[in-house]
Design a protein around this ligand. Sequence first.
Ligand SMILES: *[C@@H]1O[C@H](CO)[C@@H](O)[C@H](O)[C@H]1NC(C)=O
Ligand SMILES: *[C@@H]1O[C@H](CO)[C@@H](O)[C@H](O)[C@H]1NC(C)=O
Ligand SMILES: *[C@@H]1O[C@H](CO)[C@@H](O)[C@H](O)[C@H]1NC(C)=O
Length: 354
Amino acid sequence: MFNLKLSALVFALPLVLAAPSKRALPAECAKLAPVAEDLLENLFEGVCGDSAHGALRLIFHDAIGISPVVGGGGADGSIITFNETELAFEANDGLDDVLADVGPFFLKHQNVISSGDFVQLAGALSLAACPGAPKVQFFAGRPPPKAASPNFLVPEPFNTTDQILERFASVGFSPPEIIALLSSHSIAGADTVDPTIPGTPFDTTPSVYDTNIFIDVLLKGFLFPGTAGNQGEVMTAVNGTLRLQSDFELARDPRTACVWQEFATNQPLMASKFAPAVLKLSLLGQDVNKLTDCSALIPQPPALKDTPEFPPGQFLSDIQDSCAVARFPDLPTQPGPPLDIAPIPQADGGDDDS
Ligand SMILES: *[C@@H]1O[C@H](CO)[C@@H](O)[C@H](O)[C@H]1NC(C)=O
Ligand SMILES: *[C@@H]1O[C@H](CO)[C@@H](O)[C@H](O)[C@H]1NC(C)=O
Ligand SMILES: *[C@@H]1O[C@H](CO)[C@@H](O)[C@H](O)[C@H]1NC(C)=O
């Protein structure tokens, strides 16, 4: 539905991404304005692509590294500062490419920004060129991280729904908040789940923050985009997209299926629930009273008029209805032949080396 118009949209964006206004910013925020400008202009370059997806993913992998049982500093930047430890965790597979891409920007600006603030600033800015994404708030003032996160705190796509819900619950996230966070998979892909096809998106439109992830994952899967037998992957319904086992199961679990279905046809709801859930993530392990609200540094992403549709050749009868209290609604089917979704072009350093 957006595929044809997307390139025109993408090229128009750099003009829209004017430098954030520096007027009336608290000093703690004003000193970060050049960092924000540099990231927008020279890392993301007005594209909701691989660099943006990586920066968004980094928020999660840094912040979730905290547990009431084994410790960890949460959203503290340990994934950057203690990268030699944390990048060796299996759940952080593929983040070496992300760090190769964004790390130089941290090193360039580390005299004015802590690694914890950098991860959250880059993540909030990463949405700036993603049509339909909400504006995510950004708070600054995180102290330097004290230590690496303990291992096994980042959920894996092969973890059970019980394990995933429990992990998030231990740091205060409800099942609907988890599904809200997972809407990030609308603008994401996998590099290492099937290492033969790096950059394979999770849904049909990985540069638009739309509801397709929630529609696509509920369709009956019948093919693998690359090789079969990868841990954490199940069959998908659209060639060229990769379906995570955890997304498949959360879409069908009685505890999460109805909120999943609600997001499938309500893009404004999906966006409005994502923003506070990401903010909460960005404050894990931090005392918000010691931070400064620098959300004025974050541009409003472009608007999107979303039209939920089934992919070409697929219909309501292909949906695996999973919410006990409401049938999945009938939607129009996008015209045309079955889609072959192209891989997401990889950022510098983003090849299949992990
Ligand atoms: C990754 O860790 C190494 C060793 O601790 C450090 O020298 C390097 O600066 C870190 N990378 C970034 C981007 O901070
Ligand atoms: C995910 O599964 C692995 C292997 O069973 C386990 O070691 C790990 O603790 C699980 N992670 C979570 C977050 O439950
Ligand atoms: C999937 O797409 C690839 C690349 O375009 C193509 O080679 C392959 O034949 C397609 N598979 C199916 C089942 O359509």
